[in-house]
Design a protein. Structure first.
Length: 251
């Protein structure tokens, strides 16, 4: 199958025929982008379609592209990515990009879900009691990352040397990593993609790449996931991330 045929087959799988015919006022640009995204990037690596679309959702949330986010959320529903998975993927972005950006993205995705007759809010799960957030978060964090953050911040004045690592453990790992909907391998892979999309996160990319290996994601999966980000974030950030992680090993 040649590249155009691969593109057309993937677009037919993911989109309605009406959408396939909409090229707008820049048909050549649209065709170049479609062939690269769906004829090349959606074919590379060892990711399944669910992983590819969850990566698209978190990266588009990170860069703030609500139009494409709506499109990819619609496709995700069409190929049976579960609403709970979509929501959890976006929630997991909050410790890394902030609550406001995630809130905006959730509005976009909620609109898609409601348009497809998904009852919202989804069935809720109990929040971890405040007095258990640290211990339950640490039980996930420590086997992967140890006390590195606490050590790195130990020289900060006042209570910051205690508060900042405590906040990270409680929020990122206690509030989010403990939730149902995504497993640990999913969360680590998606967080790595968020960090790649942010840029200027060399230390965090290296740390979370090692974290991915520790939770069981293969090197091929990690590199496939970073490459999956390419159409949304461009070559500089993608190649910078790959150069950081290509030789990583578990310490």
């Amino acid at each position: 199958m040649n590249r155009k045929d691969r593109t057309d087959a993937k677009l037919t799988e993911l989109f309605d025929k009406v959408e396939l015919g909409q090229t707008g006022l820049d048909p050549e640009f649209t065709e170049i982008s479609r062939r690269f995204i769906y004829g090349d990037i959606f074919q590379q690596g060892n990711l399944d379609l669910r992983q590819r679309l969850l990566i698209s959702l978190v990266v588009l949330t990170t860069i703030g592209d609500q139009t494409e986010l709506s499109c990819q959320a619609t496709v995700a529903l069409k190929v049976d990515v579960q609403p709970r998975e979509m929501k959890e993927a976006l929630y997991q972005c909050a410790p890394f990009i902030g609550f406001p950006a995630v809130s905006v993205a959730l509005q976009t995705v909620n609109t898609v879900l409601l348009d497809h007759h998904v009852s919202l809010p989804l069935e809720t799960e109990d929040l971890i009691p405040d007095d258990e957030r640290f211990e339950k978060g640490r039980a996930i964090q420590f086997p992967i990352y140890g006390d590195r953050i606490r050590s790195n911040l130990s020289s900060l004045p006042g209570g910051n040397h205690e508060n900042l690592p405590k906040y990270l453990t409680e929020l990122c790992f206690g509030d989010f990593y403990t939730r149902d909907g995504l497993d640990l391998k999913d969360r680590e892979l998606l967080v790595l993609c968020v960090l790649c999309a942010l840029g200027d996160t060399e230390g965090q990319i290296r740390s979370h790449a090692v974290g991915n290996l520790k939770v069981g994601n293969s090197r091929e999966t990690i590199l496939s996931a970073v490459t999956q980000c390419l159409p949304w974030i461009g070559f500089p950030r993608t190649l910078n991330a790959i150069n950081i992680i290509k030789d990583i090993t578990i310490e």
